[in-house]
Design a protein around this ligand. Sequence first.
Ligand SMILES: Cc1cc2nc3c(=O)[nH]c(=O)nc-3n(C[C@H](O)[C@H](O)[C@H](O)COP(=O)(O)OP(=O)(O)OC[C@H]3O[C@@H](n4cnc5c(N)ncnc54)[C@H](O)[C@@H]3O)c2cc1C
Length: 373
Amino acid sequence: MSHVVIIGSGVVGAAIAYELSHVKGLKITVFDRQPPAQASTGAALGVLMGVISQKIKGKAWQMRQTSIQRYETLIPELETLTNRQIPFNRQGILMLLSDVSEEISAWEKLVETRHSQGWELEIWDTGKLKNICPQVNCEKITGAVYSPQDRQLDPTALTLALVEAAQHNGVTFKFGVAVLDSETSMIESSLQCCHHLETTEGKIAADWFVVAAGLGSTPLTAKLNQQIDIRPVLGQALQVHLEHPLGNPDFQPAITGNDVHIVPVGGGDYWLGATVEFPTNGDEIPPNQQLLESVREQAIAFCPELATASIVRTWSGLRPRPEGRPAPVIGQLPGFSNVLLATGHYRNGVLLAPATAHAIREMIIPQGQGHGA
Ligand SMILES: Cc1cc2nc3c(=O)[nH]c(=O)nc-3n(C[C@H](O)[C@H](O)[C@H](O)COP(=O)(O)OP(=O)(O)OC[C@H]3O[C@@H](n4cnc5c(N)ncnc54)[C@H](O)[C@@H]3O)c2cc1C
């Protein structure tokens, strides 16, 4: 039996654990120095911008498509298996446009491309927007793009359900255990093999090691002398409360515009976010209160009623962004035969978790092998 060790139990590590739990003949252990969904995942808004993204071909689009499709079956599957509810907004994503015709022509092209790929996407004029989403009331808005098949979900609820479902399928989780170091040896002149990991609870041997440690991936890969440089980008967000939902209570899509999301989470509550703040001095990013306030102001500019909402809570998290290369980083750690990277998902880790899990499974078990658990 092959032993797979996964380091990290954010949404990415948990999705991989659940995906691999369906493969016959694998023993799977997940280590996290914290409880699940505490790091970047715990701060995420869960907006899944797939069809509405500008990615139209290659791996970037394939991964989005795989994830969007998989979520439709994954959510009910996890809810049945765990008896947990995962808030999953199936009313789509509405993107507000505030630029002139040039932008519209690019969107028209995307609508055409998506139709040819079998996906729906609609362009709304201001009349239609006012009719369907009267809460949007902003002079600068020139129209909107509505993506009915994109989704939003609660990343923490999802991750906890993935962990429980994976446990149900036999995966062992060790929370509060940090991975510190590793022991390797040369297997060929060009490739090394990792044999053991040193953890706060002693040595652990395995056949495969999957690094899904977000920002923790940098020190771990540095120990293997193959540092993958993942840097933090801070995001701040807030939850506000209104006595009544905005607009039509029966149509509550996630609304996005000018990089600000207005995410309905039920009971008249909305998540507003998020800031994008880069480190200025080393990896330190002191949260900038003004930037959070400007997110709130932008949301109010779109939906003026939000000005009357009370602030329930604010929070922040660090997104893992790969330095000098596109996100995410998925594949073999250079020079190693049995260390796989599933990290650096930056702003789209929740969206891309199912596709990442699928890709890791394909690397461990080539297609068609090992079905059924
Ligand atoms: C404010 C904000 C809003 C966001 N909104 C969205 C969104 O709308 N949609 C979207 O798709 N994405 C969004 N993201 C991005 C998303 O949160 C991340 O891309 C995603 O959570 C990354 O998941 P992960 O599992 O790789 O990392 P993490 O959630 O950071 O998990 C990594 C885990 O590894 C563990 N770990 C690290 N080092 C070690 C070690 N040495 N030993 C043991 N354990 C270790 C950590 O404890 C942690 O639990 C947002 C992020 C932020 C901050």
